[in-house]
Design a protein around this ligand. Structure first.
Ligand SMILES: [Zn+2]
Ligand SMILES: [Zn+2]
Length: 323
């Protein structure tokens, strides 16, 4: 099972500003000149390709959208943030470009940052394509229709040329989407929000965004505890730094420390921290990454664990192959 992150930002698309790009470029050039002192033959391209994408080029600006694909090639999108626009462009080179595509999108909830990519998803405008939309929320159809309304958007819902089908799925019941087994569990977020446990190729992916992580103990999590159990990879809301989290109680988002605590207790193999704060620049997110590294080391000792939790800070375009 492969997981691709098409959008890693929370709340609002947040591209790097021109001055941030200028500063980043200057720093990369300085580092390259320095590296050439010890390796005079080093080509600029090889130097750039040796760097870690998130840490050196930023985390990206699109809001949340994840694609899960199994070994049979069946895929499922989770949420339609602005990252869905690029995913749609990518699909146009396949059956969707010929009006023969079938797309499956699960919505955790209908906050704007998880919806805004749909009006810019080209396959939805192509006659012959079938767009299947899934949610626990029974107002699913109205929530999508309100996106395609004048004067907010020039194309009205009835003028979309693809066939759109809606599927309400039951919470905490395992079901099948496009041959992929899934089960929704409730997260700590207003309106409400339903995370998704995805089973495929003998692996388990747990999608826990948006989530404040108010309920942490097994007792508090109750019926939603299985979302964190027997999981290979967990996609976890870490919008805030450790300090900001304490100032933003009830804002509906979490911090990586909550995810690390749960991961040690439940034996989660790998974490991806995501839904980065739109107010955070690249350096702020990097600082959160460093804080998480230190916290992880401390918690390994406290838990007497044999290994630290393997974690990544999400960036747009990140792909993880669970095998
Ligand atoms: Zn969100
Ligand atoms: Zn939300």
């Amino acid at each position: 099972m492969k997981i691709k992150i098409w959008g890693s930002r929370g709340s609002l698309p947040s591209p790097m500003t021109p001055s941030e790009i200028k500063n980043r470029s200057l720093s990369l050039i300085d580092n390259y000149i320095e590296a050439k002192k010890t390796s005079p033959q080093l080509e600029a391209k090889d130097f750039i390709e040796s760097l870690t994408p998130g840490l050196h080029f930023g985390y990206g600006g699109d809001t949340t959208c994840v694609e899960v694909t199994n070994k049979d090639g069946a895929n499922l999108f989770i949420d339609a943030g602005s990252g869905l626009r690029r995913a749609g462009n990518n699909l146009m080179s396949g059956p969707c470009g010929k009006g023969k595509g079938t797309v499956h999108i699960y919505f955790t909830h209908f906050h704007w940052d998880h919806l805004m990519g749909l009006p810019f998803f080209v396959p939805i405008f192509i006659p012959g394509n079938e767009i299947n939309i899934y949610s626990v929320d029974e107002n699913i159809e109205d929530n999508i229709k309100m996106l395609f309304k004048k004067p907010q958007f020039p194309v009205e819902y009835q003028d979309l040329l693809s066939t759109i089908k809606y599927h309400i799925i039951k919470p905490r019941v395992r079901t099948d989407i496009n041959g992929i087994s899934v089960c929704p569990y409730q997260l700590d977020h207003p309106d409400p929000c339903w995370g998704l446990k995805v089973f495929g190729d003998g692996k388990v992916y747990s999608h826990c965004v948006d989530n404040e992580g108010v309920r942490v103990s097994r007792k508090e999590l109750g019926d939603d505890l299985p979302l964190y159990q027997n999981v290979d990879l967990c996609f976890f809301d870490a919008q805030y730094s450790f300090e900001n989290y304490l100032e933003k109680i009830d804002w509906g988002h979490s911090s990586s420390s909550i995810g690390i605590d749960i991961a040690y207790r439940e034996g989660i193999k790998q974490m991806i921290f995501t839904h980065h704060d739109p107010a955070a620049c690249m350096e702020d997110i990097y600082q959160s990454y460093e804080d998480t590294k230190n916290y992880n080391t401390m918690m390994k000792k406290m838990n007497n664990a044999s290994d630290e939790i393997n974690f990544i800070y999400a960036y747009d375009g990140l792909e993880v192959d669970l095998g």
